[in-house]
Design a protein around this ligand. Structure first.
Ligand SMILES: [Mg+2]
Length: 303
């Protein structure tokens, strides 16, 4: 079954709204409690250029990033670990060390865990956070500009080079092995931006998520995309790489232009929100929903 079909089955039986934003949220007194869960499967999510410590850190980052994308402050991490009975103790220690490093980086505590034996390694992580004002995907407004943090393309470029057995430049490997969640940026944006999402599946897919959730049209300027210089240098189609590259954990946000001077960190304006529907590249028509599978079919890439 496809992911979308599995989601449809569960949504139709569990009537509560369990999906639809980066993290779930419930009101608690004056604050929002944010909670999210994101699973890492060793065989398909961990290419062999990543070390076990990287995997531990990454499972923390991908969950914390979903709290950041809501404008929340992450407070705690928790996880369930599935491992084969004969797993090497040293491998386990290195994964645990990565989880410790990740939780220290984001100044959060690891508050709960569980383990069971399964045929392959699975780390199902979760994070809890607190927010004052939420950045919902459904809150983009016509007149907003669309912005993104950081430079795009390196995680996918790393996978492409790896699947071809080519050398991966250091600055590309660094981002692919150790992406970082934009926690400080998310907290600042919670006061001034309207909508946000983190790039876990690729810029194009995330832009479509905002467009559909907010019922707005998004128009992107191709020349404005902040593509990492090495990606421009080594790729024949840097725009496609930037639109498809997942696990960037950069934030896409929409904001009213008059609030832009209030942002104290670096970011790039890549387009604007208009009345209408869909995501477009200016002068080129509708933006396809591209994902990294399209390039490398990761999970099967090296088998
Ligand atoms: Mg997300």
């Amino acid at each position: 079954m496809k992911e979308s079909e599995i989601i449809r089955v569960f949504m139709s039986e569990i009537k509560d709204k369990i999906l639809g934003d980066d993290a779930g949220y419930i009101k608690f007194n004056e604050d929002w409690i944010l909670i999210t869960t994101d699973m890492l499967v060793w065989r398909t999510d961990i290419p062999d250029f990543m070390k076990p410590e990287d995997a531990g850190r990454k499972v923390v980052t991908m969950n914390v990033s979903d709290i950041a994308a809501m404008g929340g402050k992450p407070k705690a991490f928790f996880f369930s670990l599935g491992v084969p009975k004969d797993i090497d103790e040293n491998l386990l220690r290195r994964i645990a060390k990565g989880i410790r490093e990740g939780s220290r980086r984001y100044k959060i505590r690891v508050i709960s865990g569980d383990t069971n034996d399964v045929s392959e390694i699975v780390i199902d992580g979760g994070a809890l956070g607190i927010g004052k004002r939420l950045l919902l995907r459904s809150n983009a407004k016509p007149g907003d500009v669309v912005c993104v943090t950081g430079e795009l393309g390196r995680p996918l470029l790393a996978l492409i080079l790896w699947s071809k057995g080519e050398d991966i430049p250091r600055e590309v490997l660094e981002k692919a092995r150790d992406p970082q969640a934009r926690v400080e940026e998310g907290k600042i944006l919670s006061e001034v931006a309207n909508a946000a999402i983190d790039i876990s599946d690729g810029l194009s897919k995330e832009l479509w998520e905002i467009s559909m959730a907010s019922s707005v049209k998004i128009v992107i300027e191709e020349d404005a995309l902040p593509i990492h210089p090495t990606v421009k240098e080594l790729s024949h189609n840097p725009t496609e790489i930037a639109l498809s590259s997942g696990e960037e954990f950069e934030l896409i946000f929409t904001i009213s232009p008059e609030n832009i001077p209030d942002i104290p960190f670096d970011f790039t304006v890549i387009g604007k929100v208009e009345k209408g529907r869909g995501v477009y590249i200016k002068g080129k028509g509708e933006m396809p929903i591209l994902g990294w599978e399209h390039f490398v079919g990761f999970g099967n890439a090296k088998r």
